[in-house]
Write a new protein. Structure first.
Length: 391
């Protein structure tokens, strides 16, 4: 299956206005997703929020099977959450950590997640273990296997880190965690929508995801996958009268599906928009999307490798759609602003996002250009030329 680039661009309004190389921040949504989101907001304004939700019941319920199909899950294993960080938090903070419990993670871990490890370690006496990288810059699987012991409570990694093209070997990590009987939490905020993700093959118990990045959904949307077979006994840290029922004056009953991690009030227009975005990814097919993104990213790396003063900084045996690089002697934020003045969107990743990785490599920050299916070869040429002229 091949992608119809002309159609994809025609169906993406932003392509007429910007050269957008910031999909890893917030990708350009399709017209279909935009219309679905706006139409529900208009319906709320016309007939009322509760009434609009009732009228859109089937569309709202369709969110769960659409996302489940995308990641190889069951519909009752999916919960709508407002963003990936909150989805991740809902899983992580619902675990009962005790003194001596070990949290195993990776060098490239995202700052929000690591801050949570530090907080829980401070409060409970749990221990954080950072598994070293291998020669490719990805988590060393042998070291991970050796690090797991009877005190290990959780293996938690970011599938695709925010600061580079690295794709962690999520399935191999899952096999090690599953064989040891240890819970596995996967931060997939940069991977779902970029590459094929099958939770059954990966073996994760929880997976967190945002809508705005490679899935091209609305901001303020995301989801949590919770594997029924291994997590149904876990009660969320936070409950309301959607996640649980007040069954007696002094008793409540928690839902038995993943929606126990939801709360009653949510961004209903966003649910519909994210459902449409998931539908579109399913229709296009993740294999063709992944093939196209790798082609574009590899092409961008090839172009940048010829620009004097530019050093590519991506790690990994498998490299994805996020391309990072450093420019000798230049302020990356100033370069970003100069490119933005030409309607070219990139961003800068700093140690604030991934302290252990970037600091360990002696990088204060890196420029990040992240492609998506609507980008063209001509746009990559234009970007490389604009960057070279700005240096």
């Amino acid at each position: 299956m091949t992608l119809d680039l002309a159609r994809l661009r025609a169906e993406t309004p932003g392509c007429a206005h910007v050269l957008h190389l910031n999909a890893a921040g917030s990708a350009l949504p399709s017209r279909r997703t935009l219309d679905a989101t706006l139409n529900h907001l208009k319906l709320e304004a016309e007939i009322g929020g509760y009434e609009a939700a009732a009228k859109a019941h089937d569309e709202l319920e369709g969110f769960y099977p659409a996302v489940a199909k995308l990641i190889g899950a069951q519909a009752d294993e999916v919960a709508f959450v407002e963003n990936a960080t909150r989805a991740w938090d809902l899983a992580f903070y619902s675990l009962d950590f005790k003194p001596g419990d070990r949290i195993l993670t990776c060098v490239s871990e995202y700052s929000s997640n690591y801050i949570s490890y530090l907080q829980v370690a401070k409060k409970t006496g749990a221990e954080i273990v950072v598994v070293p990288d291998d020669n490719y810059g990805q988590i060393d699987l042998g070291a991970l296997e050796r690090a797991i012991d009877k005190r290990t409570k959780l293996v938690s990694v970011s599938h695709v880190p925010t600061q580079g093209g690295l794709v962690q070997p999520a399935e191999a990590i899952g096999k090690i965690a599953n064989d040891a009987g240890v819970l596995y939490l996967l931060d997939a905020c940069q991977s779902v929508g970029q590459l094929p993700v099958d939770v059954r093959k990966i073996g994760c118990d929880f997976l967190s995801m945002t809508g705005r990045k490679y899935l091209r959904g609305p901001r303020g949307t995301g989801f949590l996958y919770a594997k029924r077979a291994t997590t149904s006994h876990i009660e969320p840290l936070l409950l309301d009268n959607h996640a649980a029922k007040w069954t007696d004056d002094n008793a409540y009953t928690v839902r038995d599906d993943a929606r126990r991690f939801e709360n009653w009030e949510r961004y209903f227009a966003g649910v519909i928009g994210l459902k449409v975005a998931a539908d579109q990814a399913n229709e296009l097919g993740m294999e063709p999307i992944w093939a196209r993104l790798r082609e574009l990213a590899d092409g961008l790396r090839a172009r940048l490798s010829t620009v004097k003063g530019v050093t590519l900084t991506d790690l990994g045996k498998v490299k994805g759609a996020i391309v990072t690089f450093a420019v000798d002697g230049k302020d990356h934020n100033e370069l970003k602003a100069r490119l933005r003045a030409q309607a070219i969107n990139v961003t800068v990743s700093t140690q604030f996002s991934s302290r252990l990785d970037l600091k360990g490599r002696g990088l204060r920050d890196v420029m990040r250009a992240s492609v998506h299916v609507y980008n063209t070869e001509d746009e990559l040429d234009r970007f490389a030329a604009a960057l070279e002229a700005a240096i």
